[in-house]
Write a protein that binds this ligand. Structure first.
Ligand code: GDP
Ligand code: ADP
Length: 302
């Protein structure tokens, strides 16, 4: 009944309390960035995933000036270079703006720490050629560590323990998870579990080596959370028809499984916005070269 509704001033008080609480929450995030307690790249990730979050409500101008070594003058220059309006909030950035900002900050943070895109995640839809491109990199670029995953699936003919995968049973996989020995893991194609052993990746990065992870899209998301400075590369087929041709040509799955994977591939292709770079796998050696270029200690092409 209308006469028992909340008086407008009560609404106004509640709204202004909420605004104060939101302002405080945003200030806390900014303080954490400036104290080095929160990784700016991770704050940007959260804002992208949930524009209505506290992180999403922070203005880009305030965000940049929270980062140590970026003052107001530099901030204005960067906003101009990035083509972002000063009124924008992190959650309101378009896909290309967020990518540009992320790329710019990754380079800047890498320059400060002396580490440049050394951890690269290669993901993409089934049969696009991830395994083929990763294999080419292992053969032709021995300086790059290609991480060997643990999996609960059975070896296929021609696969070698410790080279293709570490083949483990369910109990051992459970143990790896519980012992914190996996950087990330996921159940892929609703079938088997796959995970990245943490030790070799951390050792290689600590010794200045570049590391390549060839994992599925869920895994790529988890790496982004665990290591915000990782670069995510999405491998694309030259066309949908070519993807279907490769899947069928590979002949490792039966008809119903191929159908299921193609349905998953459509969902996976929609995740492309979450990635920093796209590489089209038309020719294996060209695609491999493009991925390796992203690991070099010079500014990568965007
Ligand atoms: N999350 C995650 N995914 C992985 C890992 N290792 C492999 N994968 C993914 O698991 C999927 C299945 O791999 P595989 O069984 O070799 O079959 P494929 O589909 O023929 O390549 C591929 O999409 C891989 O990228 C890992 O350590 N973590
Ligand atoms: N650039 C390419 N051109 C033609 N065929 C390719 C190319 N890259 C991969 N393939 C073929 O496509 C199929 C799927 O590749 P694969 O590496 O197994 O994919 P993924 O690991 O992404 O599932 C394989 O038969 C592979 O030989």
């Amino acid at each position: 009944m209308a006469e028992y509704g909340t008086p407008p001033e009560v609404d106004r008080v509640a709204a202004s309390r909420a605004a104060v609480a939101a302002r405080r929450a945003r200030a806390a995030v900014k303080a954490a960035i400036s104290a080095g307690e929160r990784n700016p790249l991770d704050v940007l990730r959260v804002a992208g995933e949930d524009p209505a979050s506290v992180e999403g409500g922070i203005r880009v101008t305030e965000y940049l000036t929270s980062i140590p070594s970026i003052g107001v003058t530099k901030m204005h220059r960067f906003m101009d270079e990035l083509g972002i309006s000063p009124a924008k909030r992190l959650g309101g950035l378009g896909r290309h703006q967020r990518r540009r900002l992320r790329g710019f900050l990754t380079d800047r943070l890498a320059a400060q720490t002396g580490r440049h895109n050394r951890l690269v995640v290669l993901a993409g839809p089934t049969a696009v050629g991830k395994g083929t491109v990763a294999g080419h990199i292992r053969t032709h670029y021995p300086d790059v560590l290609l991480s060997v995953s643990a999996t609960t699936r059975a070896p296929r003919p021609g696969e070698t323990e410790g080279v293709s995968y570490y083949f483990v049973d369910d109990a051992e996989f459970d143990r790896l998870i519980e012992a914190g020995e996996l950087l990330e893991w996921a159940t892929v194609h609703n079938a088997h579990r796959y995970g990245t052993p943490r030790g070799p990746v951390e050792e290689a990065l600590a010794s200045g080596r570049s590391v390549l992870l060839e994992i599925d899209i869920q895994g790529a998301r988890k790496v982004r959370r665990a290591m915000p400075e990782a670069s995510l590369v999405f491998l694309l087929p030259p066309s949908w028809e070519e993807l279907v041709r490769r899947l069928i040509g590979r002949a490792t799955e039966d008809g119903p499984e191929q159908q299921r994977r193609l349905e998953t591939a459509k969902v996976e292709l929609a995740a492309i916005d979450e990635f920093d770079f796209e590489v089209v796998n038309t020719d294996v050696s060209t695609a491999a070269q493009e991925v390796v270029d992203l690991m070099q200690t010079r500014k990568p092409k965007r």
